[in-house]
Design a protein around this ligand. Structure first.
Ligand code: AMP
Length: 279
């Protein structure tokens, strides 16, 4: 079985030993309830680094909704079994007080790319992400950090963060892994009822259709409105946003010469789903 470390001191000691031998360290930060998406990140790290650490930490600072935090799925034993198939060298699964001990007062606060979309809908979320990612990189002596494009805005936040703070970590963005019907894999998908699960792929189908229309010359606004309509008709309770943005800054963009990304968030069955695709 993969060893599980609980303290920062143990993780640091292990990482220092690896570094002393000149080994490179890849870190895959997760919140657990692992699926193929997470494992694809770990496998990529396995290929590119001498040592791989997967962190499992449900970070309270990135939850703006206490109910979401309480309901967040946890399955450490199953996670450890999955990670043993990669395999990773070690799992770091600290208790909250290891990461945020008494007296903790520092926050990595980001403007710009952290503000719109998820940043707007979930106030404080990206400051929580930026803070914990900075800490995990520091604790693990990471050379590379692996992140999924599934959370596109988060990936842009982390890329900006390491540039701005001169964090010596190469951030690697990995493709979104999907179910056969197109639904992006997510730890939250297990909260869907059978009926919700059946309708959920419409999110990806609708934004894919909109992106195709836009590429073939349809007006952005019209294509997006149709996608939202399709989702509502399919039974989504609420479409929070469907936006076409500059892929890097996440600012509104009608410049087709720049890489653009369509990003969406919507509720089905009381579960909030997000997805994004290149346009
Ligand atoms: P989470 O446990 O949801 O915080 O996700 C941990 C990491 O896995 C993040 O970098 C996510 O972007 C990534 N991830 C989650 N779902 C997927 C997926 N379906 N495909 C690729 N990466 C993913």
């Amino acid at each position: 079985m993969t060893p599980i470390l609980r303290t920062v001191a143990d993780l640091r000691a292990l990482a220092r030993g690896w570094k002393a031998k000149g080994e490179t360290i890849g870190v895959v930060p997760t919140m657990g309830a692992l699926h193929e998406g997470h494992l694809s990140l770990a496998r990529r790290a396995r290929k590119e680094c001498d040592r791989v650490i997967t962190t499992i930490f449900v970070n309270p600072k990135q939850f703006n909704n206490p109910d979401d935090l309480k309901k967040y799925p946890r399955s450490e034993d199953a996670d450890a079994r999955l990670l043993a198939t990669v395999p990773v060298d070690v799992i770091f699964a600290p208790p909250v007080d290891q990461v945020y001990p008494d007296g903790f007062i520092t926050t990595v606060s980001m403007a710009g790319v952290a503000q719109p979309l998820e940043g707007h809908m979930r106030p404080g979320h990206f400051d929580g992400v930026a803070t914990v990612v900075t800490k995990l990189f520091g604790m693990s002596l990471a050379d590379r950090g692996y992140f999924g494009q599934k959370d596109w805005q988060q990936l842009q936040v982390v890329l900006r963060l390491v540039r701005d703070l001169n964090v010596p970590v190469e951030v690697v963005g990995c493709e979104t892994i999907r179910e056969a019907d197109g639904l992006a894999m997510s730890s939250r998908n297990i909260r869907l009822t059978a009926a919700g699960r059946a309708k959920a792929p419409v999110l990806y189908a609708a934004i894919t259709a909109a992106a195709t229309d836009i590429r073939s010359g349809h007006a952005d606004r019209m294509a997006i409105r149709e996608a939202a309509e399709t989702m509502r008709k399919a039974g989504f309770e609420r479409v929070e946003y469907i936006e076409l943005r500059d892929a890097e800054t996440l600012m509104p963009s009608d410049d087709p010469r720049r890489p653009r990304r369509m990003l969406a968030a919507a509720w089905i069955d009381g579960v909030r789903l997000i997805d994004n695709i290149p346009v």
